[in-house]
Design a protein around this ligand. Structure first.
Ligand code: GDP
Ligand code: IMO
Ligand code: MG
Length: 422
C-alpha cells in the first residue's frame, strides 16, 4: 500500500509550493489540493512559460497526472473557470486531468461581499484578507449552511442558492454604509457553474483511497502556510482552514495511518503578506533588498510582501505540528549578496529567552539572532550540493542540526530546472 505524501508551507505562505509540486509530480500519479481556495497563488515556471494557479493543483502541466480538488477546498466558479480557460488555451486537455470533489464548498458572490464588508468594518484591525470570500464560505460550511459542488446537479440548486444569498443579504444590512452590486459577478458565477459541469464531480475520498489501495502514488498539495493555520497560526491573523498536515486527513478523506512523507517548505528567509505578527520582520534597507531581489509581491493580489530573517522558533513549531520528515529550502539565491545572514534562534519575552512559539506574539517580543557569514556568490547555477560555497552549506547544516530534519531539496531560482534534489 502506498501512502500519501504531503507538500505544505511552514511559514506564512508563498514559500514556493507550486514550484516544488510541479518538480515532484513526475514521481506521482495523483496531485490533490486539500484546503484553501483562490486565496492561494502558486507560481510555476518552465520552458519560458509562467502560470499562477489558485484552485487547480500544481501537477496539471505534467503528462499523465490526475489532479484532484478535494473536499476541503472552497471553489469560486468564476476564478476556477478563468484558470481553466487559460490552461485549455495552451492545448492542455483538462477534462481528462482534473476532477472535483462533490463535497467541496462553493464560494458565492455574496461570500465575497461579506468578506469585503467584514474587513472594511474592522478598520485598523483588519486581517488583510485576499477578499476572495474564504472566511465567510468556511463559516457557512461549519455553520452547516453551505452549498457544495454536488448540489450543482440537484433540482433544488437554485432554491438553495437563493436561500443562502437571502441570508447573506440580511447579514449585509448590518454594514450600514457598505455599497455593493453583485449583478455582474452573479452572471459570471452562473456561467462558471455551467462550465464546471464538463468536469468529473467525484466522491474524492473513495477515489483517493482506491488509488492508495492500488499503489498509485499521491501527493497532497497544501495552500497558505502553517503559521496561517486556523488553529495553530497567529490567530486571528490567519486563514480559515487547517493548512497543517491534519488538513490532508479531513480535506481528502485520508486516514492518519496513510500519511507518508511530509515535506515542509520554507524560504531561506521569511515573508508575510497581510496583517499580523511577524517577529523577524525588517523595516530597513536589508528588508527592502530581500523584497526587491526576491520580487516579493503577491502572485494574485500584487500586494507587497513583508520580509525578514528566517525564524527558527516559528519553523520548529511548524515542523512539530506537521511531523515534517523532509525540509525543502526555497529562494536560497535571494540571499546571494548579503554580507551577514541572521536567523532568530529564540525570542526575548519580558527579558526572558523563550524557544517555544508563544500564545501571544506582540511588539514586546524581540528575536535573538545568530549570525552567519554570507556566501556572496551567485548560486543560481549550482546543481549539485557539493558545489555550493562553504558558507551556504554551513547555513543549511545549521538548520538541519537545529530542527533534526534533513534538507532534501534546495531551490535556487523560479524555474523547474533550478532545483537541487539531494
Ligand atoms: P506558493 O504560493 O507557495 O506556491 O509560492 P508563490 O508562487 O506565491 O511565491 C513564490 C515566488 O517565488 C514565485 O514568484 C516563484 O516563481 C518564486 N520562486 C520559487 N522558487 C524560487 C527560488 O528558488 N528562487 C527565486 N528567486 N524565486 C523562486
Ligand atoms: P499561498 O497558497 C500568503 C493570507 C492573507 C491574509 C490571511 C487571510 O499562495 O501560499 P484569507 O483570504 O485566507 O482570508 O486571508 O492569509 N493569505 C496568504 N498569504 N499566501 C497565501 O496562499 C495566502 N492565502 C491567504 O494575506 O493575511
Ligand atoms: Mg502564493
Amino acid at each position: 500500500m502506498k501512502k500519501v505524501d504531503v507538500v505544505l508551507g511552514l511559514q506564512w505562505g508563498d514559500e514556493g509550493k507550486g514550484k516544488v509540486v510541479d518538480v515532484l509530480t513526475p514521481s506521482y500519479s495523483i496531485i490533490a489540493r486539500f484546503q484553501g481556495g483562490p486565496n492561494a497563488g502558486h507560481s510555476l515556471h518552465f520552458e519560458d512559460k509562467k502560470y499562477i494557479l489558485q484552485t487547480i493543483p500544481s501537477g496539471i502541466f505534467r503528462d499523465g497526472s490526475i489532479n484532484i480538488i478535494g473536499n476541503g477546498v472552497v471553489i469560486d466558479p468564476v476564478i476556477l473557470s478563468k484558470e481553466i480557460a487559460k490552461i485549455e488555451k495552451d492545448g492542455i486537455d483538462l477534462e481528462n486531468k482534473l476532477v472535483i470533489s462533490q463535497k467541496a464548498h462553493l464560494i458565492l458572490p455574496t461570500h465575497r461581499i461579506l468578506d469585503a464588508a467584514s474587513e472594511a468594518a474592522k478598520g485598523g484591525a483588519k486581517i488583510g484578507s485576499t477578499l476572495k470570500g474564504i472566511g465567510p464560505t468556511y463559516m457557512d460550511k461549519t455553520g452547516r449552511n453551505g452549498l457544495r459542488v454536488g448540489d450543482i446537479l440537484s433540482d433544488a440548486f437554485m432554491e438553495r442558492y437563493e436561500t443562502l444569498k437571502e441570508k447573506h443579504l440580511k447579514m449585509l444590512k448590518q454594514y450600514d454604509d457598505f455599497q455593493f452590486d453583485i449583478t455582474e459577478y452573479e452572471k459570471e458565477w452562473f456561467e462558471g457553474i455551467e462550465n464546471l459541469k464538463r468536469f468529473k464531480f467525484v466522491e474524492s475520498e473513495h477515489f483517493v483511497n482506491a488509488c492508495i489501495n492500488s499503489d498509485k502514488p499521491i501527493l497532497a498539495e497544501g495552500a497558505q502556510g502553517s503559521m496561517l493555520d486556523i488553529d495553530f497560526g497567529t490567530y486571528p491573523f490567519v486563514t480559515s482552514s487547517n493548512t497543517v498536515c491534519a488538513g490532508v486527513c479531513t480535506g481528502l478523506g485520508v486516514a492518519p495511518t496513510k500519511i507518508g512523507d511530509v515535506y515542509g517548505i520554507f524560504k531561506a528567509y521569511c515573508t508575510r503578506v497581510g496583517s499580523g505578527p511577524f517577529p523577524t520582520e525588517l523595516f530597513d534597507k536589508v528588508g527592502q533588498k530581500m523584497c526587491d531581489i526576491g520580487m516579493e509581491y503577491g502572485s494574485t493580489t500584487g500586494r507587497k510582501r513583508r520580509c525578514g530573517w528566517l525564524d527558527m522558533v516559528a519553523l520548529k513549531y511548524a515542523i512539530m505540528i506537521n511531523g515534517v520528515s523532509g525540509l525543502i529550502m526555497m529562494k536560497a539565491d535571494v540571499l546571494n549578496d548579503f554580507d551577514t545572514i541572521k536567523v532568530a534562534v529564540a525570542y526575548k519575552v519580558n527579558g526572558k529567552e523563550v524557544k517555544d512559539f508563544p500564545f501571544e506574539v506582540n511588539d514586546g517580543i524581540e528575536p535573538v539572532y545568530k549570525e552567519f557569514k554570507g556566501w556572496k556568490t551567485d548560486i543560481n547555477n549550482v546543481r549539485k550540493y557539493e558545489d555550493f560555497p562553504a558558507e551556504f552549506k554551513q547555513y543549511v547544516e545549521f538548520i538541519e542540526k537545529e530542527t533534526g530534519v534533513p534538507v532534501k531539496i534546495i531551490s535556487v531560482g523560479p524555474d523547474r530546472e533550478e532545483t537541487i534534489i539531494r
